[in-house]
Ligand binder design. Structure first.
Ligand SMILES: CCCCCCCCCCCCCC(=O)CSCCNC(=O)CCNC(=O)[C@H](O)C(C)(C)COP(=O)(O)OP(=O)(O)OC[C@H]1O[C@@H](n2cnc3c(N)ncnc32)[C@H](O)[C@@H]1OP(=O)(O)O
Ligand SMILES: CCOC(=O)c1cnc2ccc(OC)cc2c1SCCC#N
Length: 389
């Protein structure tokens, strides 16, 4: 089908899919900063650009409300992501972030926030090439302003502002197929609170399964099984950074994280991100770690349940504890914290534990994209080491 906007962009085009003569790497060269468009793109007359300061409580609340009412819903409109304000502050303020990459659109007269898009800087390795990129996320147009070609303007504006910082590549994900995915991942879900998932209509009682049999099937121990399994602390950052850097080297695409990045992205933050290390009881070495982030969803139109508490598998490294046991401990602590479901993508080595730990496949796919960077062959999900929020 015609992608009138995406066909104009430096991204892998469907028509080039089998052309193996095209080299891997940047599609277009950088341009001199002086040649980058200095002024913002034109918006339709009623609207104006605004740079959103997420540190401002009022602005953060406006962004939260826009996303809470207008961001991504599943195909059956059962759920809508409900990123919290503290999560948004975490997601948008990594080391080296640019305020100017947090872009809103307001109605000139009412000042109502009606659209949003963000970028954050990241070093992403593609094979042996470490590239400075923007991770683009939280693209949202108010439901009342859909199908007016606002999204391409939002995308061009964030691209322009990223170019002004001499960055020429980006990484992003979407539930929709666009030109052209570098890989596609499947979501998997592990029930922690099966009764609630059945109540809301996400899960159904299996054939020949009673509710009590179902509760028993998903029951988890009260405590983790691994000796030395404990919450990650600031003092663990150097060891966890070493573990994570070594582990991510095996993937074709992965973030290049230093200690400051690990401190920001992986250190526990209440109601945002949880992380655990295994400290070997005999020599006190950190041998493994696991992490998951908190992303609730609104449950749409349900009489008694309004919020789904979902944990999302983030980065996990096992060097001594079997990954299966490490992830089962993650399920145990997530259940203990009151999550209803533990979600994971089938990237990295996740396939090795999904079925055995009673995850079920979701019906949604998550497609990964690079902007202005061609990959010769589409990757297997297991070659991907990048989790975007
Ligand atoms: C060097 C730096 C480069 C930085 C930039 C890198 C690229 C960053 C790219 C962004 C990454 C974001 C990642 C991210 O945030 C994670 S994916 C979540 C995206 N947000 C949502 O799904 C929220 C609910 N939906 C909406 O708000 C609207 O439907 C949106 C705003 C999605 C589209 O608004 P609309 O009113 O429904 O549609 P029009 O304005 O009429 O525009 C139609 C055009 O938009 C194309 N479209 C639709 N959905 C898209 C999507 N998710 N990515 C990219 N493009 C998307 C579509 O293919 C068509 O183009 P085509 O005609 O060529 O097919
Ligand atoms: C119970 C399992 O489903 C979800 O956790 C969930 C929750 N909220 C969403 C909001 C928007 C949405 O749009 C694609 C999907 C969900 C999903 S399924 C895909 C995410 C995962 N795992």
């Amino acid at each position: 089908q015609r992608h009138k906007f995406w066909e104009t962009q430096p991204v892998g085009q469907f028509k080039d899919l089998n052309d193996t003569s095209l080299p891997e790497g940047p599609i277009e060269p950088p341009t001199p900063i002086s040649e980058v468009k200095q002024e913002p793109y034109n918006l339709p007359n009623l609207y104006e650009w605004v740079t959103c300061d997420i540190n401002s409580e009022d602005t953060c609340a406006e962004v939260y409300n826009l996303l809470s009412n207008n961001y991504v819903e599943d195909d059956e409109n059962m759920f809508r992501f409900n990123y919290s304000k503290e999560f948004l502050r975490w997601a948008l303020h990594p080391p080296g972030y640019y305020k100017t990459w947090h872009i809103g659109v307001r109605v000139k007269s009412s000042k109502k926030l009606v659209a949003f898009i963000t970028g954050i800087p990241a070093r992403i390795r593609v094979r042996t090439d470490v590239v400075s990129m923007a991770e683009v996320n939280f693209l949202c147009v108010h439901k009342k302003l859909r199908s007016k070609r606002l999204a391409p303007v939002m995308i061009k504006e964030v691209t322009r502002r990223v170019h002004l910082e001499n960055i020429w590549q980006a990484a992003y994900t979407a539930g929709v197929v666009l030109p052209t995915p570098i890989t596609s991942c499947q979501y998997w879900h592990r029930s922690l609170n099966p009764k609630k998932l059945i109540d809301v209509g996400f899960s159904r009682l299996g054939p020949r399964m009673t509710m009590s049999r179902t509760l028993k099937l998903f029951k988890l121990p009260d405590q983790p099984a691994t000796p030395g399994f404990r919450k990650m602390e600031l003092r663990d950052v150097p060891a966890v950074t070493r573990l994570l850097r070594a582990y991510l080297m095996q993937f074709v695409v992965a973030p290049d994280l230093d200690e400051l990045d690990v401190e920001h992205w992986v250190l526990p933050k209440d109601e945002v991100v949880d992380s655990y290390v295994v400290e070997s009881p005999e020599n006190h070495k950190i041998t493994d770690f696991c992490s998951f982030y908190t992303l609730p969803s609104s449950i749409l139109g349900h009489p008694t349940h309004s919020i789904l508490k979902a944990a999302y598998s983030y980065y996990n490294v096992s060097t001594k504890t079997p990954l299966l046991q490490l992830m089962n401990d993650a399920l145990i602590v997530a259940k203990h914290k009151g999550f209803d479901v533990f979600n994971a993508l089938d990237l990295m080595h996740n396939e090795s534990f999904l079925k055995e730990l009673k995850f079920g496949p979701g019906d949604g796919k998550l497609h990964y994209y690079l902007y202005n960077y061609r990959i010769k062959h589409i990757l297997r999900a297991s070659e991907l080491g990048l989790v975007l929020l």
